[in-house]
Design a protein around this ligand. Sequence first.
Ligand code: NAD
Length: 259
Amino acid sequence: MATSMSDVRKSRVAVVTGAAVGIGAATALRLSQAGFACVLADRVADVKRVAAQIAGSTGTATYANVVDVADEQQNIAFVRSVEEQLGRVDVLVNNAGVHPKRAGGKYPIEEIETAQWNHVLAVNLTAPFQLCRAVLPGMRYRGWGRIINVASAGGRTVSPVVSAHYAASKAGLIGFTRTLALEAAPHGITANCVSPGPVQTAMSGASSAEAIAAFTAAIPMKRYGDPSEVANAIAFLASDEASFITGAILDVTGGRFMP
Ligand code: NAD
């Protein structure tokens, strides 16, 4: 599991799912730069190379686990193994997400198979629930924890490029996070959502060129976000400075979504 080892017992431990690319990889790098011992989880084995790269650039203990978060047993075993090997999970970033597209566009509801619906809900909503449930006892015991769930503007408002299963999963994640925040607050644990708008990653790149152009025109800042800009918001919510913020949704959209 270890790709490098400094004195990890002195560091807070942060787990980031979906950390092989995009927002997850940028978040792991940012948290690592902030001094967290980071555990990167992803279903693709390339996550090990990314963890080694981060360890090399920051000199902070960094670990990688291949985990399919759609599998409950893997989620339970993953958290148990981190707690056994590193002693704790202080920060959990539920970032892994899927948004199936067909021929450059969204799926109309009548073309969504139940299996695909279930998979989107499993990765985007059920996995965060299972991972939160697994880390809560340890955080409660230590009286400190930070949970950041990566939602989406597609779960905040309607969008012509967002499919119904993705919108439902992200809206559900926001509702889940609010209830979690309420239950966890007395124990020194905060739970918040970061809700990105269009960000330059493989996920957003799967849209057609026309859709990307139309989207860009509708963003007040006239550009897609960089993954590091979402990572900065996540790192803030993971920090001691965010001590009185819980149940919040931090929109990172270049002004695309304003409630
Ligand atoms: P991405 O597709 O670039 O990366 C997603 C990562 O999640 C990949 O590394 C992938 O392997 C991993 N993943 C997918 N299924 C998994 C599974 N079953 N188990 C473990 N890992 C799995 O996506 P991104 O753009 O970096 O998005 C990160 C998060 O941000 C997602 O939750 C996404 O919904 C959200 N988001 C992204 C955008 C955007 O424009 N990029 C906008 C709003 C919200």
